[in-house]
Design a protein around this ligand. Structure first.
Ligand code: SF4
Ligand code: SF4
Length: 88
């Protein structure tokens, strides 16, 4: 069973890591125009529009979809500004 134990440990580690990074998700409400693209594309349903601005919950999995698809570069995960966006 060591493989399962390792998997369990990794899952716990990743979960804790992700929860830590969730706190780092920042939405610049001055830049946000409330288009809803981020909320529509978030696989974790972690984003929603509140009073015309994007707002984050606490279930971010760090997939970067919102960061990469925001037309106003209003979302950052690590760092203070978006310097490059990527689409796959
Ligand atoms: S994609 Fe960007 S501009 Fe559009 S709602 Fe989300 S944060 Fe705001
Ligand atoms: S990084 Fe991914 S999971 Fe996290 S809020 Fe953005 S789209 Fe959702």
């Amino acid at each position: 069973m060591p493989a399962f134990s390792s998997l369990g440990l990794f899952s716990t580690w990743f979960y804790n890591k992700a929860m830590g990074y969730t706190d780092k998700l920042k939405i610049n409400t001055d830049k946000c125009v409330g288009c809803g693209i981020c909320a529509k594309n978030c696989p974790a349903h972690n984003l929603k529009l509140t009073e015309g601005k994007a707002a984050a919950g606490s279930q971010c999995t760090m997939c970067y979809r919102c960061v990469n698809n925001c037309p106003k570069q209003a979302i950052t995960l690590l760092g203070k500004e978006v310097v490059r966006q990527a689409t796959i």
